[in-house]
Each structure stands twice: as structure tokens, then as C-alpha cells.
Design a protein around this ligand. Structure first.
Ligand code: GLN
Length: 313
């Protein structure tokens, strides 16, 4: 480890110490508490720069489920399968003002498509739209992509989390969107894909590897292989800025200024184009269902190295 990496590490260790308590100051969804991530005290951070080096701190050996971070996968695959024009016949591009599993906007505007691919209804529609003749085939494609992006060929999903994900609210979003013509497949061809992908388990370093590919316009920072087309990554980052933190996306853009996507496991993926991928994990969530400590750590990192994509640097 060179001097610069040592300095980065000591700063990351400092913020982990500062955030440990705050990380337990909110709430965890009941079903996540019951099944995910044995150690709910885990707080961790990893940075992977586009030259391929990673610095990590905190409880970096723990695994946690991706939850809504996985929504990036079916969006990327649907874009690669069908192109942007076709994909956005099925979801909008608008930020949300409601909770992530909301039905209200589609109900208020008759037969309206989901607001965007980062809310549950939009992600479920993307799981229907991406190519694959069965749920197994679609999930295999997602898992293959996830393995490439994280660099872990053995990556898999957590069966207990998967079982716990099977809940009525998301079932209703499937049927509502199918009723409106935005999904063609059967329930068993689509919903297992959504539930399994949200149950894929990663370490914080794997999350930051994935972030680094997004930061590096789709090319793996270690192998130099193109894993996602650059135009697809542009769309992913745009949604990360506008919708990635749900109805906290505006505040997050102002305070932190980094394209990011959160999951209810307490994890957040963040990517600074041309520079750095970041993974943060802190279990408890705020009222927007985003990680309390995760956001605080990202703010500190952004401020320390002036990483906001909107600032002069
Ligand atoms: N498993 C969650 C759900 O579909 C994912 C949501 C999230 O991480 N915000 O309800």
C-alpha cells in the first residue's frame, strides 16, 4: 500500500468509527432484520478507483443483499435487448415523490406506466421486459452480469432473503402493471426474477467493484473488458442521480452530488464518472428508506475529496 492509499485508509477508518453509533439510529425493515446479514451492526466502506485499486474499511467481510441496487441489472439488460426507445414505452423517466413501492401515481393517471425503472413497479416491469424464456433464464442472465460487475464468479443469492421477499405489495404491482399492459409474462416468469435479484449477496468490496465499472463507463477496471455499453451506463447514471435515492434524490444531489443507488439492506452504490466507485453499508434506514450512515459517509467522502459531479474541480 502506498502513502496515498494509507492516507485514504486512515480517513475511511476514522469515518467508520464516527458513524458506528449513528448507523443504528434508525430502523430496519422487519423482514430484512429477520433474514439478512447476520451482523446488523456491520458498517463498512470500500473505494475502487478506475486504476483498479481498492481500499476498504470497517466490517468488510460481511455479506448483505443488494436489494434495490439490483434494479440496475434488468434496466441495463432491457436496454441492451431492446434499445432505449422501446424500453421507455414501458416506464417513464420521472423522479418520484412517493415511497418506492407506491401505486398512487399509476392510479391517479389512468393506465399510466411506472414513473421510472428505479421504483419497484418500474423494476418489475423491466424484469418482464428483458429477454429470457423463463424466470430461471432471466435470473441466470442477471447473475452472470452481477458476477462480471462484482468480479466474483461465485456470487449467488440468499435463499432466506429470497423467501422473505415474497410479499403481497410487490405481487400487486405485478398484477396492476400486467392489467395495464406493461407486462406480458406470467407471474412465475417475472416475480421470482425480481425477488431473487434483490437477494443477491455481496461484500462491500464487490459493491465498490461494481461501482467502479459504472464510474469507468462500463469497462472493468481490472481486466479492461467492456461489460456494459457506454450509452447504457449513461442511462444508469442518469437514473442514479434523479431517482437512485427515491424521494431523497434531490437532497442527495445537493449535499453529496454523486450518482448513487440505495437498497433497504442499508447499502448504497455510488459512482464518480472517470474517477471512483464507492460502496457503503450501514444497516439502519431513514424515513426515505436510505441508509443513515451510508449517506453520512458518502457526504464526508464527497466533501473531503471534492467529488460532487456538480462542483468545480
Ligand atoms: N426488497 C425490496 C422490495 O422490493 C427492495 C426495495 C428497496 O431496496 N428499496 O420491497
Amino acid at each position: 500500500m502506498n502513502t496515498m492509499q494509507k492516507d485514504i485508509l486512515s480517513y475511511l477508518e476514522k469515518i467508520i468509527e464516527e458513524e458506528k453509533e449513528v448507523a443504528r439510529s434508525g430502523e430496519i425493515p422487519d423482514y430484512i432484520e429477520a433474514v439478512d446479514n447476520d451482523d446488523h451492526g456491520a458498517v463498512s466502506v470500500a473505494l475502487t478507483s478506475i486504476d483498479g485499486t481498492t481500499v476498504r474499511a470497517g466490517d468488510y467481510e460481511g455479506r448483505f443483499s443488494l436489494q434495490s441496487i439490483a434494479k440496475l441489472f434488468p434496466l441495463a439488460l432491457a436496454l441492451m435487448d431492446h434499445g432505449s426507445e422501446e424500453v421507455f414505452k414501458y416506464t417513464g423517466k420521472a423522479p418520484t415523490g412517493n415511497v418506492y413501492h407506491s401505486l398512487i401515481q399509476m392510479e391517479m393517471q389512468e393506465k399510466e406506466k411506472p414513473l421510472n425503472p428505479m421504483v419497484n413497479s418500474g423494476a418489475i416491469v423491466m424484469c418482464g421486459l428483458m429477454k429470457g424464456t423463463s424466470a430461471d433464464e432471466k435470473f441466470e442472465r442477471i447473475l452472470t452480469l452481477a458476477r462480471e460487475l462484482t468480479g466474483n464468479k461465485e456470487l449467488t443469492y440468499n435463499e432466506k432473503v429470497y423467501q422473505a421477499e415474497n410479499q403481497d405489495l410487490n405481487r400487486s404491482l405485478f398484477y396492476y402493471n400486467r392489467h395495464n399492459g406493461y407486462i406480458e409474462g406470467e407471474f412465475e416468469d417475472v416475480m421470482p426474477v425480481y425477488w431473487k435479484m434483490t437477494s443477491i449477496e455481496v461484500t462491500i468490496e464487490e459493491l465498490s467493484n461494481m461501482a467502479a465499472v459504472i464510474a469507468n463507463y462500463g469497462t472493468c477496471v481490472q481486466s479492461g473488458k467492456e461489460l456494459l455499453p457506454p450509452d447504457v451506463v449513461t442511462t444508469l447514471k442518469s437514473f442514479m442521480v434523479t431517482c437512485g435515492m427515491y424521494d431523497e434524490s434531490g437532497a442527495f444531489a445537493v449535499e453529496v452530488g454523486i450518482p448513487a443507488k440505495s437498497g433497504v439492506s442499508g447499502s448504497i452504490i455510488a459512482a464518480i464518472p472517470g474517477k471512483l466507485g464507492i460502496g457503503v453499508m450501514g444497516p439502519d434506514l431513514n424515513k426515505y428508506s436510505n441508509s443513515i450512515a451510508g449517506i453520512r459517509m458518502l457526504k464526508k467522502i464527497s466533501d473531503k475529496w471534492q467529488l460532487s459531479i456538480f462542483s468545480k474541480n
